[in-house]
Design a protein around this ligand. Structure first.
Ligand SMILES: C[S@@+](CC[C@H](N)C(=O)[O-])C[C@H]1O[C@@H](n2cnc3c(N)ncnc32)[C@H](O)[C@@H]1O
Length: 253
């Protein structure tokens, strides 16, 4: 039963103890009738709310989605200490934003990686360039352009990083166009580290090819366990980075 206070009219305290309570910011529920578990059940069933809008008083509030447009420090460390093969050092981050991946590539390889970030946003590139300079990060280049104008950079890459590059930034048609371009230009054997799994990022797009015909997924479960150990949260965070390799092009006879 949902508590109802229609049966009585409360006199809200105007001074002293509990005088911060009023009918907008307070829900009165007798503990004798409803314990904490009952209250939680009612919250989950959306019969009552623990929150109210401080502006209009509404209790019909829902949690916000939280979204990050950059990878976490741990995800970046995982990529460059576990997923990057020893014989690979030409790295390209497609959509480098504030440079998080680019910094990680330089730092975790002690400047041995040749790292290129491609980003179309001028302000973000200014931040990245200043940071690279300030910390003296080695072997880093930031290209300010739409990645679709950088075929040679893609062709020369040995390892490409993509963190949900398009969905918040381009129309569906442009996203499709970008994927067609990437498929056209990445060479056989190139490693693609993608966050999240690539199917999630491409499911709703109309592409001329199937992802599974283009890329082979590499099992990273041992790398994840070695990196995260017993830390479940860390494991969940890093295991969203997926590793693929561009397959040999099947020539039609
Ligand atoms: C989700 S952020 C990824 C940031 C970074 N790689 C990271 O993980 O920290 C995607 C970035 O890609 C850029 N972007 C999207 N489409 C692009 C395109 N066609 N060419 C260049 N940059 C692009 C956006 O401006 C945005 O900054």
């Amino acid at each position: 039963m949902v508590p109802s206070n229609e049966a009585e009219k409360l006199t809200w305290p105007k001074s002293g103890f509990d005088s911060d309570c009023n009918e907008i910011n307070t829900l009165d529920i007798d503990s004798f009738l409803y314990n904490d578990d009952d209250i939680e059940e009612m919250v989950e069933a959306k019969q009552i709310s623990r929150l109210y809008c401080a502006k209009c008083g509404s209790r019909e509030v829902v949690p916000l989605n939280f979204i990050s447009h950059s990878l976490s420090k741990e995800q970046i460390e995982f990529m460059f200490t576990k997923l990057q093969p020893d014989n690979v050092n030409r790295i390209v981050d497609l959509g480098s934003r504030i440079g998080a991946v680019v910094y990680g590539s330089s730092i975790f390889s002690n400047g041995q990686n040749k790292t290129i970030g491609i980003e179309m946003n001028k302000e973000l590139n200014e931040i990245t360039r200043k940071t690279v300079e300030k910390f003296g990060l080695k072997n880093v280049e930031i290209i300010e352009n739409d990645l679709r104008n950088e075929a040679n950079v893609l062709k020369n890459a040995e390892l490409v990083v993509m963190n949900n590059v398009f969905s918040f930034f381009l129309s569906k048609a442009d996203q499709e166009n970008c994927w067609e371009f990437i498929k056209e230009n990445l060479q056989e054997g190139t490693i693609l580290l993608h966050h999240p799994e690539i199917e999630k990022a491409t499911d709703y797009l109309d592409l001329s090819f199937k992802i599974e015909d283009w890329l082979e997924e590499i099992d990273t479960s041992v790398d994840c366990i070695e990196f995260a150990g017993q830390d479940v949260e860390k494991y969940e965070d890093i295991s969203t980075i997926k590793k693929y390799i561009v397959k040999k092009i099947a020539l039609d006879c």
